[in-house]
Design a protein around this ligand. Sequence first.
Ligand SMILES: *Cc1c(COP(=O)(O)O)cnc(C)c1O
Ligand code: SF4
Length: 423
Amino acid sequence: MEYRSYNQKSFTKAEKVKRYLSPSEIEEIEVVSQVFPFKVNNYVIEKLIDWDNYRDDPIFRLTFPHRDMLFEDDYERVKALMLKGDKEALKRVVDSIRLTLNPHPADQLSNVPKIGEKRLSGSQHKYKETILFFPKQGQTCHAYCSFCFRWPQFVGMEDLKFASKEVELLIEYIKAHPEITDIIFTGGDPLIMSTRLLRGYVEPILEANIPHLKNIRFGTKTLGFWPYRFTSDPDAQDLLNLFEEIRNRGYHLAFMAHFNHYRELETPEVKEAVEKILKTGAVIRTQSPILRHINDSVHVWEKMWRMQVEMDMIPYYMFVARDTGAQHYFGVPLHRAWEIFREAYSRVSGIARTVRGPSMSASPGKICVEGTAVVDGRKVFVLSMIQAKNPSLVNRPFFAEYNEEAYWIDDLKPAFSEKFIFE
Ligand SMILES: *Cc1c(COP(=O)(O)O)cnc(C)c1O
Ligand code: SF4
């Protein structure tokens, strides 16, 4: 399939959109996308969305903006200015609305590693063993998101020189830090890059032959939203070859796949892509946030984990939608997220219980809701840290007052102590 992408300016050119959406629905999307621009490709439109039920379709809800993503009066203000064509006033209002949506949640810019005075601005070293690397050309989605999802896209070659400079510093840093065992290529979406460009990053790392570096990971949405990246794209085979080369050098290659709904696992395209990736010796681990309107049901998670195991993938994380963007639209209360997790987890065999969560990626670390309990007549949340900046805090249970309205760690108060263990 030839890649075609649509955004807030061009989405009405897509055949299905023209055929199914009414003028008023198109207008709603136009209004909301002033604040939340979006991007969707022809695979998602043609193969994933069920257009006969698109209003409740999880993939439609995931990719197209929805009126409820804006509060009513914000919606009306944006709509009025948009129809009036007052670009300047519209921009001012849109900017002010975005500022109320916590556009820079904690920790986006911290944990940037340094070599002497030089900052590795494209990296983040938060947990001892693992360095995150954001190749510059894998960042295209950045301005588009109301929570984390990624779009396949391809970029050209002109940045190869830049890549090599960036990766040199990274290698120097990893060499100087023997505690690092993992590198995660993330973004945006690193597999947006052409294979040639990706090689510009990966090959020098392989050449450097760093003895303590054991695991190479790619965090990507590409398998769910553009499986042709691994099957019929012009450089698909070369990408699989690169995976094999990584494996042949003795690394564990972990493909961290983002799937939000089992629908993404159902097409012949994704099945073929998964098989091809696994044949290279890579392991595919899966993760997703729990999102209202998309996957906030036991059935969806149970089925998703079952299908993933059936396809030889390993369920890894359920995340809590973070405190940014349209959290009021996608957010699921912590107690509900945990109930869904627990119930779905109880329905699958141990093989699928590799999954952990629901987990909040907050500044002190990944905080997991282990459950609720009544202690001394008080109802509490039992929490623990799956990952922590301070490794001695990992996997120690701690408590918060039970709160039905809590969506994020900031909404919780410690129980039985003055402070949380990470404070
Ligand atoms: C989740 C995460 C990692 C990886 O954690 P694992 O538990 O090893 O998968 C690394 N760095 C950051 C900043 C993270 O949020
Ligand atoms: S990094 Fe994640 S949350 Fe940020 S824009 Fe890209 S996909 Fe969205």
